[in-house]
Design a protein around this ligand. Structure first.
Ligand code: VG1
Ligand code: CO
Length: 541
């Protein structure tokens, strides 16, 4: 078999964002676009000769083609062994699991996560390192620098491999192994979660719906919930991964998972509802009649984790991304363990997890995870919820209300302004940064600014500092608003406004009512309507 060195020209726009390189499908379909980026990743890995690589994706449009290309480039770059999920599939947490279990040097994960798929939808490529986690900033910076200088990629000239047939096949000098994408992951879950207890819950008539949103978690959820735990067939809906996610927007929030929300707020609601996103790392949790905010979910899981076998020894610490509500901090304080606040994006949890400083971590964007892998893990969060419901014997909504009664409630919402003109968004953020110093002491309705800053993170493990991670305004009344621009969008800019207010006694008020003064303060501080021309957010979650 021949290894070709194909001359190429750099693309100027291959800078990874919050979670890898994400662009519209037509951008990825430009000749050499995928090849350049994958070669640039491998160029930053001098130790790749003879190493193992993991490859897989969420099954979206272009997944199979990019899997084949990645395998051929990997084989031409000295990898000895390449593990690929059957059908080219691996959920993001399963990829992390396989990297860790196989001792691989890393993995190439193909996904644009919760973004829509299809020929006009989004695609993405990210690199995860030896620990199974998203490449940290210095590595993504090195990859980007390489994409700007690349002049050739190496590829094996060979026919496509059969991704359906499990087992080994030679590709150039490398051996490609097609693996069952579910097996390792399901085995790991059995070590962490009390499967017999959850099976008994289902056997006793407990009913749930898991909406896989026609994305990658279908096969994982069917195997674990329906086969291993005995939930009735049909518990998992939209369980077949489709290249365009059946036209769904595979983002598990009350807006995009509307069918699940309708079921859970209607008369025939089962005991528990859950959904996951395109690549399986996000989770949505709904009790009958009650959506659980991801920030609350993190806090509740942290407070109950000791009920699951994998966490019976307690937690070392908890981390949350800065815009995530402070509910988890309250649990950490009551457990007497450290709480960490990191920038948005899972890559910032990696060092804390590797150093054993934290056991659980999460983000307001429906991401929750633990030290079992180095990615957020949607189905794991659902299983831990089932474990705590089975162990406490309480209905899901009761678990939430009891938590609020014990810790108080952090009312929370996120307002997204999508497809805002880039310049307007940048100007809004610049103006905000300009007013920070003058904000403390100012009053907005019944709220008074206590402090305001542009969040910077000093990693306590390696000392690296990441600045300009979002503007936060803290109010004396235990309320907060955070402004930042998305790093995963593919059209224009997305302004995210995160709103929260803590209440110790009023626990069952409508969120919109409790947050109205914070929304008004956010508008007064940032001038969103005037600067973006928008009178309201595109999505509220
Ligand atoms: C968003 C979320 C962030 C999450 C990231 C990747 O990033 O806010 O919390 O880690 O998506 O999640 P941004 O920069 O658009 O706010 V996923 O499931 O898209 O890999
Ligand atoms: Co995702």
């Amino acid at each position: 078999m021949t290894v070709l060195a194909v001359p190429t020209q750099p693309f100027p726009d291959q800078k990874p964002g919050t979670s890898g390189l994400r662009k519209k499908v037509p951008v990825f379909r430009q000749p050499a676009y995928v090849e350049n980026f994958v070669q640039a990743i491998f160029d930053t890995l001098p130790e790749r000769a003879g190493a193992t690589l993991v490859v897989g994706g969420d099954g979206r449009f272009l997944n199979r083609e990019v899997v084949q290309t990645t395998l051929k480039i990997a084989a031409a770059n000295g990898f000895a062994r390449i593990l690929v999920g059957q059908g080219g599939l691996l959920s993001t947490p399963a990829a992390s699991c396989v990297i860790r279990r196989s001792g691989a040097l890393g993995g190439v994960v193909l996904s644009a996560s919760h973004n829509p798929g299809g020929p006009e939808g989004d695609f993405g490529i990210k690199f995860n390192g030896r620990n199974g986690g998203p490449a940290p900033e210095p590595v993504t910076e090195a990859i980007y620098a390489r994409t700007r200088a690349i002049n050739a990629y190496r590829i094996v000239e060979a026919p496509d491999i059969d991704l359906e047939r499990l087992g080994d096949v030679a590709l150039g000098e490398a051996t490609v192994t097609v693996i069952d994408p579910v097996a390792d992951y399901a085995a790991l879950m059995e070590t962490l979660i009390d499967f017999p207890r959850i099976a008994a819950l289902f056997a006793a008539g407990f009913r749930m719906r898991f909406d896989a949103m026609s994305a990658v978690t279908g096969p994982y959820a069917r195997e674990i919930l329906e086969r291993r735990l005995g939930a009735p067939a049909g518990t998992v809906v939209n369980g077949v991964p489709l290249p365009d996610f059946g036209g769904h927007h595979p983002d598990p929030n009350p807006v995009h998972a509307h069918d699940l929300m309708a079921l859970m707020t209607g008369p025939d609601a089962p005991d528990f509802g859950a959904a996951s996103d395109g690549d399986g790392d996000r989770n949505m949790i709904v009790a009958p009649g009650l959506f659980v905010t991801p920030s609350d979910s993190l806090a509740i899981l942290a407070a109950h984790a000791h009920l699951a076998p994998g966490y019976a020894g307690g937690l070392a610490g908890i981390a949350r991304s800065m815009p995530t509500s402070r509910a988890a901090d309250r649990v950490a304080a009551s457990l007497g363990i450290p709480a960490y606040e990191t920038p948005t994006g899972w890559k910032f949890f990696g060092n804390l997890l590797d150093a054993g400083r934290i056991t659980l971590c999460g983000e307001e964007s429906a991401g929750t995870g633990s030290h079992h892998v180095r990615e957020k893990d949607g189905l794991w969060a659902v299983l831990l919820w089932l474990n705590l419901i089975a162990a406490t014997g309480k209905p899901a909504a009761q678990v939430v209300r009891d938590h609020w009664a014990a810790y108080g409630r952090d009312y929370y919402a996120r307002h997204d302004y999508e497809e805002v003109e880039n310049a307007a968004a940048e100007e809004l953020m610049a103006a905000l940064r300009g007013t920070l110093a003058a904000l403390p002491g100012r009053r907005f309705g019944d709220l008074t600014v206590e402090a305001a800053d542009d969040f910077a993170y000093a990693d306590p493990v390696d000392g690296s500092v990441t600045a300009r991670q979002g503007v936060r305004v803290l109010f004396r009344e235990d309320a907060r608003v955070v402004f930042r621009l998305s790093g995963t969008g593919t059209v224009g800019a997305t302004l995210r406004v995160y709103l929260e207010r803590y209440a110790r006694d009023r626990l069952d008020a409508p969120s919109t009512e409790m947050l109205a003064p914070v929304v008004a303060a956010a508008e007064a501080i940032a001038g969103i309507a005037a600067r973006t021309g928008r009178t309201g957010p595109s999505v509220v979650t």
